[in-house]
Design a protein around this ligand. Structure first.
Ligand code: NIG
Ligand code: FE
Length: 402
């Protein structure tokens, strides 16, 4: 058998069975049919077995990074609100006054497909420059069938035009749109009776998310959305316990959700439920930093119960306008106290778990997709402990170099 391409003279970072990073020095990585076929020591490399050889000259190879929670498709910045937050207003108060998510909904409904596509593409390009090869993107700035579909079609076009995998999540239960003000239950009925069927029939979604919080939806309302999602055979996940302990994670565990995200206010009992069904804790240091949160997510308890932790950008205009997963990697270390091993696992293997991609993405393993990064640093620690926006030399996606 001949390999299609082989990257030689590389230092290859993988995880051992204790989830510690190990560097395979002077190694090669061989691919065939867009999959990883072999990882071995240079002393075993046979030139005759390679159709094409690429010399990394000692560079570091890791699997591509995965941003498993973003809202990167939107129109209209909200920096005026952010100015207000800096002057003492709260995110919740701004939302109550009709701003917040609802102001992005207004712009996203009004602005054209092409214009939003262009802006979203720039955000996606920024993530890709950080070595990201998989991005999850949520809807939730339409909250009506037409605009939710517009967002999903934008996601589809992005995936068509860029070398990146996009997981599309329907977040119809993101906020109560102004036309349903004071009648959240009717809006939930609209989601369950019309909107979810409409987007699902088009084959545009992989997953369903909901925002459970006093300023958004209650546990019982989210339950209705999840029941509908499950009846359609879709995975669910949740924005939970961000500003208060609502019990949303416990509910999500009953539905075997892929992940629960934010979690600054989660309690031990909910974490135990997460552990039972292997739900991933997706931590969002960008939103924590941006909103000047003071309550840290309980990292020690996630460790105690063996709950997988992932890290994502939460890229959105109101609470995390930060288009860099490398920056999150550093924040997870400095602010949340994740170790280098935990932080790197959080943007690779554990992020793949949060998207149900753990059998093809997020690890350098034989049989996995040929998606990886070649870096100008010598160890993943350099990506975690510093913030180097141009650390990436190039990325390989589906066996091609970008
Ligand atoms: O994850 N919490 C809800 N959704 C976003 C914020 C979206 C927005 O403010 O536009 C989040 O923080
Ligand atoms: Fe979010």
């Amino acid at each position: 058998m001949r390999y299609d391409k082989v990257w030689i003279n590389a230092d290859i970072a993988v995880f051992d069975k204790d989830k510690k990073i190990i560097i395979l020095k002077d190694s090669f990585l061989a691919i065939k049919d867009k999959k990883i076929k072999y990882i071995g020591d240079m002393s075993d490399f046979d030139e005759g077995k390679a159709a094409q050889i690429i010399d990394t000259k000692g560079k570091l190879i890791t699997t591509s990074l995965i941003d498993c929670h973003t809202h990167l498709i939107y129109a209209g910045e909200r920096n005026d609100e952010i100015e207000q937050i800096r002057e003492g207003a709260t995110y919740a108060q701004i939302a109550k006054d009709g701003g917040g998510i609802n102001s992005t909904i207004k712009s996203t409904r009004e602005e054209s497909f092409e214009s939003i596509y262009k802006k979203s593409a720039k955000r996606l390009e920024a993530l890709m420059r950080d070595g990201v090869g998989v991005v999850e993107i949520k809807t939730g700035y339409g909250l009506e069938i037409k605009t939710e579909i517009k967002m999903l079609e934008i996601a589809k076009k992005l995936e068509l035009n860029y070398p990146v995998k996009i997981i599309k999540t329907f977040l119809g239960a993101h906020a109560i749109p102004n036309e349903y003000k004071n009648d959240a239950d009717s809006y939930v009925s609209y989601i369950c009776d019309y909107m979810l069927d409409a987007v699902n029939e088009l084959g545009l979604i992989d997953c369903v998310d909901a925002y459970c919080e006093h300023l958004a939806f209650s546990v019982s309302q989210v339950k209705r959305v999840f029941e509908k999602a499950k009846s359609l055979g879709l995975h669910v996940r949740i924005h939970a316990e961000q500003f208060s302990l609502m019990g949303a994670t416990k509910l999500a565990a009953k539905f075997h959700a892929l992940s629960s995200d934010h979690l600054e206010h989660i309690d031990e009992a909910s974490i135990k439920e997460m552990a039972k069904v292997d739900m991933v804790a997706v931590l969002l240091p960008g939103a924590y930093y941006f909103l000047k949160e003071t309550k840290l997510p309980p990292i020690e308890l996630f460790r105690k119960y063996g709950v997988k932790m992932a890290i994502a950008t939460d890229l959105n205009p109101g609470t995390s306008p930060l288009a860099s997963l490398l920056l999150m990697l550093n924040m997870s270390n400095v602010i949340f106290g994740l170790s280098v091993d935990e932080a790197f696992l959080a943007v690779t293997k554990n992020a793949a778990f949060a998207l149900d991609l753990q059998n093809s993405k997020g690890s350098l393993k034989v049989g996995f997709d040929a998606d990886f990064c070649v870096w100008d640093v010598s160890h993943p620690r350099d990506l975690v402990c510093s913030y180097l926006p141009n650390a990436l030399d190039y990325r390989v996606y589906n066996a091609d170099v970008y």
